[in-house]
Design a protein. Structure first.
Length: 359
């Protein structure tokens, strides 16, 4: 089975697969920010490779790789100010989470089944990873609406996929966001597949972005393999939200270069010739070519970066595997600001090994 696109509309593109940009185009980011973006994209690919191997060795649980969507996630996240704005992720947004202050060690703890991995550090404006499809999006809208009520100009960015867009939570959340003009940016990562279900089976609309009009706010379709196209669209959406003009839906059309997660076998439903063509559009390679042409990368700096990122990843693995194992009491942590007596009794009973039934 090969991917059938949802419609003829072509996404907005700036950075071509060969790493070139239109004549006269100037990056909105300076060299330091571009190097940071590239580093974050590459670190994510290093994590995916190492974590996949750890999972196969039984040292990590099931997880979903970002591979193929690095430009989509990093380009969008860099439109935010970590100390000011918020990210509400699904489960394939590791680089956005790292940008906000999350760590590789916490990511590894999470996928090792340790609740400490999903406890966000203090002053990190980040909601936990969400596996249940779409349930994070109403929370994102509520968070954005609440921040606006407090007089804050903070913006909330939330992520979900093409498959998740079929969930009722998404429609309810976007409708409320439009009515309340909530300062939220919806980043719909259209990676071509809802596990093994192609985009053509998810919607009859020409694009997912076109749905935004029904909720009363703008939608944009961008090339999710193009860091600049994603970043500029999201920067416009963030500015719009910060000014009080309400939400935006960004459809970032990329392609999942691999399995849905480590429990999936994509060879059963992905045409290998289609996947081979998609690898030619690899967002990391596209960005690398641009950086080399700009003079920000060469063989030596690339090799040094590879070594640095590998060492960073290995240090995180060592730290995560040395972390104290989880205990039953952790299921009660981070639930209540002030724990009710009933829950406190349940905690004591559970920690004592008595089960802790509801009373």
């Amino acid at each position: 089975m090969s991917l059938v696109e949802a419609g003829p509309e072509q996404p907005h593109t700036i950075l071509a697969p060969d790493g070139t940009v239109p004549t006269g185009y100037e990056s909105p980011l300076d060299d330091a920010a571009l190097l940071y973006a590239y580093r974050l994209m590459k670190l994510t690919r290093v994590f995916d490779t190492r974590a996949f191997n750890l999972q196969r060795q039984g040292r990590l649980g099931t997880f979903s790789q970002v591979t193929g969507q690095e430009a989509s996630v990093v380009g969008s996240a860099l439109a935010l100010e970590p100390a000011r704005d918020w990210v509400v992720p699904q489960y394939r947004e590791l680089p956005a989470m790292l940008h906000m202050g999350y760590t590789l060690t916490r990511a590894l703890l999470y996928f090792r089944g340790n609740p400490a991995g999903n406890a966000m550090p203090e002053r990190v404006n980040l909601m936990p990873i969400q596996i249940s499809l779409g349930t994070q999006v109403p929370h994102a809208v509520g968070l954005a609406w609440g921040l606006a009520h407090q007089g804050s100009d903070a913006v909330v960015m939330t992520y979900f996929g093409d498959g998740t867009s079929s969930e009722g939570d998404i429609h309810e959340a976007m409708n409320l966001a439009g009515v309340r003009r909530a300062p939220v940016v919806f980043v719909l990562q259209n990676n071509g597949w809802a596990i093994s279900t192609p985009v053509s089976s998810q919607t009859a609309a020409s694009t997912f972005a076109s749905r935004a009009a029904g909720y009363g706010f703008p939608g944009e379709l961008v090339d999710g393999n193009d860091f600049f196209a994603v970043h500029e669209a999201c920067a416009r959406a963030v500015a719009r939200a910060r000014e009080g003009a309400g939400p935006t839906l960004i459809e970032s059309r990329a392609y999942r270069l691999g399995a849905h997660n480590t429990a999936d076998d994509p060879t059963r439903y992905v045409d290998e010739t289609v996947e081979a063509e998609r690898w030619k559009l690899d967002p990391l390679l596209r960005m690398q070519r641009y950086m080399v042409a700009r003079g920000l990368l060469d063989e030596n700096t690339e090799a040094a970066l590879d070594a640095e990122l590998t060492a960073e990843m290995e240090a995180a693995v060592v730290e995560a595997e040395a972390y104290p194992p989880p205990h039953v009491g952790q299921i009660f942590d981070h639930v209540y600001a002030s724990e009710p007596p009933r829950v406190a009794r349940q905690r004591r009973a559970a920690e004592a090994g008595a089960g802790g039934g509801d009373d």
